[in-house]
Design a protein around this ligand. Sequence first.
Ligand code: AHR
Length: 492
Amino acid sequence: MAVRMVLNADFPKGKINKNIYGHFAEHLGRCIYGGFWVGKDSPIPNTDGIRNDVVDALKKVNIPVLRWPGGCFADEYHWRNGIGLYENRPRTINTHWGGVVEDNSFGTHEYFRLCELLGADPYICGNVGSGTVQEMQEWIEYITFDGPSSLADLRRANGREKPWKLPYFGVGNENWGCGGNMRPEYYADLYRRYSTYVKNFSGNRIYKIACGASSFDYRWTEVLMREAGKFMDGLSLHYYTVPGDWKSKGSATEFDEREWFVTMKKTLVMDELITKHSTIMDRYDPEKRVGLVVDEWGTWYDVEPGTNPGFLYQQNTLRDALVTGINLNIFNNHCDRVHMANLAQTINVLQAMILTEGEKMVLTPTYHVFDMYKVHQNGQLLPVEAENSLYSYLDDSIPQISVSSSKDAENRIHISLCNLDPNSGTHINCELRGAVKSHVSGTILTAAEMNAHNTFDKPDNVKPAEFHEVSIVGNVIDVHLPPKSVVVLTLE
Ligand code: AHR
């Protein structure tokens, strides 16, 4: 039986902020060191120490914003350690991630150079857990002040004449956990205090993001909105898809249909979380001025056998592609409240876009979905009503199809579809209302195996292909969606 859908092209529901397609890079494992940064003297082709291959790959997907330096690392990061001559930078311990020595060779100047090369907006997360208000205020002055202050002069002495633009700043990370184990009441007061000194210098305007809840912690959102809502522009939310439990999360590549099903089901929870946190925010902010910033999301599995458990290195399969497509559809559909989202993490950590090994680089299935979905960036969300079918496993079931749609500046309509069922394809019969289109084209990402993935030896095992099982006759679009697939259609 066909799944019936209606797409109302003349009822746009608001802009899909391109920052929903954002990323996150922490000083964790090989994300920064070996992933982005190889140093100026490396034989790996680089620009000012930053790998050219990863910059080219990320520019291709229009990476809009990059969150840095953590994560848990942010609340033990002291920015002065990462400026000036490399040989003078202190060596500190990364206590959260493997206890390795951090040589601070990648610091503020290197991060802004990276953003410049990527064409991405900077989003810095400041240190509330172990840093002072003064340290936070001075970092912002160092970065953004145009005048002749001592800190701005120090920036100049370190090689940067003009201030940088810093559009997004997070006041702490997971302050309910690794960022200080605080209660929401205490953090809300600290947020009010620290954020007072996050100043707008020299025409720079900062969108201030408060540390938000973990997953189902609705009380955190309630207290933060009640006590500090009027002082913030964004409130974060962290939610990871973990197929097992935190002790035994499951393998990234060795899994059966039960784990596939659980992964899909737990990914769909993101919709419930956004709906419920937003409903609380609505009570204090009915105009939806404050954005929900999902600045950590993605799959979290057991590390690859033989790798450092503190480095969180995991492979990435077709299952992760589905997780990506579902989450991005959810964010698109909640674009009235979700201003930004940042996949954790860009390279070599958790649900990565890119894996590297020495000079080799491989693009993951997750990367390909971001590439396919980039057409939604800054588009107008179009509502889709669906009479969904079910994907059943044993005595449980979830919706089979995930969908979102947008209209771009050239009036093209894009529809992204995920079929969560690894066994059954389905027919979709979609009625297009409010627009006349005569041509449809598409791209698909799928594979024969649920755990298909790309390796350094077989980098193109999973890659997008042209999609032909679609037609448009009058105002009816007919699609045959294969099992375990992600498809993006364009109507012109
Ligand atoms: O992304 C890995 C870690 O997950 C981050 O450092 C932290 O914020 C979260 O718990």
